[in-house]
Each structure stands twice: as C-alpha cells, then as structure tokens.
Design a protein around this ligand. Structure first.
Ligand code: SF4
Length: 384
C-alpha cells in the first residue's frame, strides 16, 4: 500500500482573521532556510525500508509514496530551490512513484510565472488554490491579503505554467454573506473550469480576530440555516456543471479526485513532516510540536519533534472517515478487516439514524444521505 506524505510549511504573508492553524508570518532569508533544513533533517531521519504497519497488505523495501502534499501555511512562498531540497530529501527515504500526485497549496499573489514554471519542472503537478471568495468585501473581512483580481490573475498564471490539475477552495457561510453572493462565487468558480472544487463552511475558532469581532457584535454571527441552503445550492449547481461529489466537501471532474485526501478517509498511511504535522502509520497516530521555533530546536537536538501519540480505535475510524466519502463504507470489507458486523455492532443507533434519514444502507454499502451530509456530526457521534 503506497503511503502519502504531508509536508507542513507554516509561513504566510499575513494572518487571516479566521485562522487557527500553526502559521508564522513569513520572513525571507534565514528563518525560512532554517525551517527547511529542519524539515529535511526530519524527513531524512524517517525510518526508511521498514515494513509498512498498515492494515492493508504490507510492503517491504523502501516504502513507496504515490502522493506528496505541501500544505500550510502558504507553501507557495518557498523558493524553487527550497522545494527541490525537500523533494530530494524525500527521494532518499521513499520510493516516489513515477505517477505520484504532488500537490502544493498556493495562495493568490504569492507566485510569479517563473516560480510556477520552476515548480512544474520540479514535478509539482497539482495546485490546491485558496481563493475562498471572489467578493472583495468578504476578502477584506477574512484579512486574506489579496483581492479577487489577484485570484483571477494567479489562476491564469497557473494554467499558463502548465498546471492541468487545479483544485479551487471556497468558503461558505461568511458573516453577512447572502445566498446571491454565494451563487455568484460558485458561478465564477465554475466558469474558471478547475478540475476540482473544495468547499469549506466557515468555522469560528475561539481567540481569532474574527471570533472577537463576532463576540463584540461588530460582525453578525454566520447563519447556520443559510449555510445549509448554500450547501444545497452548491450540490445542485456543481452536479449540473459536471462535477462529481466524492466526499462531503469535495467535487471533481472524472479522474481528478484528490489521491492524497482520499488516503485520510480510507485510513491509509500518511506520514507528516514539519511543525504540527500529523501522521498515521496504519496503527498509530502521532503529531509534532506546534511551535516553529521549538520544532526546529527539537529536530536539531534529537531529530524528532513528536509530542503526541495514540493508538486509535481503527474500526470506529474506518466507519466515520469512510462515511465522509460518497462511496460510503463496505459492510463486507469491514467484516473482513475487523471480524465484526457493523449493523449488529451499532444495531440501535443505526436504526435511529436510518429512520432520521441521515444514513442509508443499500446492498453492501452504508452511506450518508444528502441530509446526513449536512448533519454529519450527528452521525459520526454514533461511531466515535
Ligand atoms: S493563508 Fe491559510 S494558513 Fe495562512 S493565515 Fe490564511 S488561513 Fe491561515
């Protein structure tokens, strides 16, 4: 089973008002170089050649990776030589598949035609492009540090540089956002013809500037019913435009589902490197230190920045992560893997969520219904 690799690049040009990720304001020069060196040292200390501990068939020899993902933060602030250094480190400890999906998260106005062409030459073949909204008022509210024209121009630059697999991120449910605003966003996104669209409903995280503005009533509280309506409009509109929904928040043209993200939902191994990166090796989950300076220090001292490890209940995760996918969970697959029957294991609760119209069982598959996708947390609670 080929593994996924996640690389966390914590730098951003400025901090968005809703963000609670592990990010640092980008500084050119030494600070980024020091981080890249620490990241490479952590990658190189990865135990290569060990047998996969995956639930799935074990591999031997240098572990194969068919998916590499630069996430952040804003990885597109890295220079091509920095990206090359990281990819070279990975090639020493993983056997990177020839057809590997290599994704980089990119934000508008952080790249030039030259850097994009250099990324393509280095093998980056998928861009996850953080547009969020085409409405300049909402971009200001989110403190994104770019305007809608920056997003339009960067998208064109991506195409001109040869990116033929672009995922576009949008956020719905912004304070003050109307259904018409949202529909205009959707129409503009569809008109750009990206291969993949991800939609996130805005989450308000305690302690962020946006949360404080809402608390002090300078911004309205996002309306949950309206967000649900936005979700429904999106399902209909994207289906008509030829995008297939394959996960609660993800839609693609045929053949362009994200290989990397699908690994998380199918409970396949993904190794994370960098500050705050999480890993799952098939049996255990573990995570790195969240503070960048401490991360660099820990890697310098011990080549290890792990601060958390647990052995999760993989049977339960297999169900609630699998349910995120529109293909749902295979009942016989679960029986083969865990020797138990899902329907009898959760007999009472499954009856309740089926009667509530949140889940359906058809043949060998258990899936969320459209209503279940909107209220997925109620379903997942059953299996956690
Ligand atoms: S670009 Fe993303 S990671 Fe960076 S501050 Fe904004 S939301 Fe956070």
């Amino acid at each position: 089973m080929p593994a996924g690799v996640y690389l966390h690049i914590p730098f951003c040009k400025s901090r968005c008002s809703y963000c609670d990720f592990a990010t640092d304001v980008w500084r050119s020069g030494d600070a980024v170089e020091r981080y890249v060196s620490a990241l490479c040292a952590e990658v190189l200390s990865h135990e290569s050649g060990v047998e996969s501990k995956s639930l799935h068939a074990p591999d031997s020899g240098l572990q194969t990776s068919d998916s590499i993902y630069f996430g952040g933060g804003t990885p597109s602030l890295l220079t091509p030589p920095q990206v090359e250094k990281i990819l070279n480190s990975l090639s020493s400890v993983f056997s990177v598949a020839n057809d590997a999906e290599i994704t980089m998260e990119m934000n508008p106005a952080t790249v030039t035609p030259e850097t994009l062409r250099a990324y393509r030459e280095l093998g980056i073949n998928r861009a996850s492009f953080g547009v969020q909204t085409f409405n300049d008022r909402d971009l200001k509210l989110l403190a994104r540090g770019h305007d809608a024209d920056d997003a339009r121009n960067t998208f064109k630059m991506l195409r001109d540089a040869g990116f033929d697999n672009i995922s576009l991120d949008l956020i719905a449910g912004l304070p003050g956002q109307t259904l018409e605003d949202w529909s205009r966003n959707l129409e503009e996104a569809i008109a750009m013809q990206p291969e993949h669209i991800s939609l996130y409903l805005l989450e308000i995280h305690e302690g962020t500037p946006l949360a404080n503005q809402i608390k002090s009533e300078r911004r309205p509280l996002p309306d949950e019913d309206l967000a649900a309506e936005m979700y429904e409009v999106m399902l209909e509109r994207l289906a008509v435009a030829g995008y297939k929904q394959y996960e609660i928040s993800n839609f693609s043209r045929p053949g362009f589902a994200s290989r990397h993200n699908t690994k998380y939902w199918r409970l396949e191994p993904v190794y994370g490197f960098g500050v705050s990166a999480h890993s799952f090796d098939g049996r255990e989950r573990y995570a790195n230190e969240r503070d960048t300076a401490k991360y660099i220090q820990m890697i310098g001292n011990e080549k290890d920045a792990e601060v958390f490890r647990e052995t999760p209940d993989v049977a339960s995760e297999y169900i609630f992560l699998g349910l995120r996918l529109t293909e749902g969970v295979s009942l016989s697959g679960f029986r083969d893997m865990f020797g138990k029957d899902i329907l009898s294991l959760y007999a009472d609760d499954i009856g309740r969520i089926i009667n509530a119209g949140l889940v359906e069982v058809s043949g060998d598959r258990m899936r969320l219904t459209k209503k279940g996708m909107l209220y997925s947390n109620e379903v997942f609670e059953v299996f956690v």
